[in-house]
Design a protein around this ligand. Structure first.
Ligand SMILES: Cc1cc2nc3c(=O)[nH]c(=O)nc-3n(C[C@H](O)[C@H](O)[C@H](O)COP(=O)(O)O)c2cc1C
Length: 184
């Protein structure tokens, strides 16, 4: 594939089988830089990310995940929680909210930077936001929206529930371009 960005997009897969090996510090720094470089409405940069790298922080983060996500995501050497605050949103004519959109752009930056290093980066909505706020002493305005488990892929699927073992082998499914794009 000639376009390196498209290649990266094709290569990215949200696997659940993640090895416990730690990530080199320079790769962690690249993921942080990737988050920093995302575009945002009025360049407000409303995203905030907790990078849980220490065993202690990851253990805390794990307790906020749903049981089915904790099964596999707790093995990851890096667990991330992303949040925004509405007050950091940009203003626009009809009051549309963009803070979570911007958070998502930064999340994709992180995931693509991880993919470049052949890492797994699986986003998750399966966690309890109130628990994240409590555990990490976030203020009342913080709105956790996404978690991302990052690590090297593993062929060991023994810790996955049966449904996930099967999903692990399935090829990606996507709608056809004609269903999602209107060409005028
Ligand atoms: C906002 C969001 C929330 C998600 N939540 C979860 C989750 O809680 N647990 C999980 O295993 N996967 C979760 N996923 C991963 C999706 O299931 C996955 O991205 C989708 O099946 C497409 O697969 P792909 O990422 O490999 O292309 C989530 C993805 C997104 C974007």
């Amino acid at each position: 594939m000639e376009n390196p960005v498209l290649k990266l997009l094709h290569d990215r897969h949200s696997r659940r089988s993640i090895a416990t090996d730690p990530l080199p510090e320079d790769i962690v720094a690249e993921l942080m830089e990737a988050a920093r470089l995302a575009p945002s409405c009025s360049n407000n940069q409303p995203w905030r990310y907790l990078f849980l790298l220490s065993a202690e922080a990851r253990e805390k983060g794990r307790s906020a995940l749903t049981a089915s996500n904790a099964l596999w995501a707790s093995r990851a050497p890096l667990l991330i929680f992303g949040y925004t605050r509405r007050k950091d949103d940009c203003t626009n004519a009809d009051g549309r909210a963009y803070h979570q959109f911007d958070l998502g752009l930064a999340a994709m930056n992180i995931m693509l930077a991880a993919t470049h290093h052949n890492l797994v980066a699986r986003p998750m909505a399966g966690f309890v936001a109130a628990k994240v706020k409590e555990i990490f002493s976030l203020d009342a305005e913080a709105e956790p929206l996404v978690a991302i488990a990052i690590g090297y892929p593993s062929d060991d699927v023994s810790h996955l529930p049966d449904y996930a073992k099967e999903l692990h082998l399935r090829p990606r499914t996507r709608k056809d371009v004609s269903e999602i794009i209107t060409r005028l």
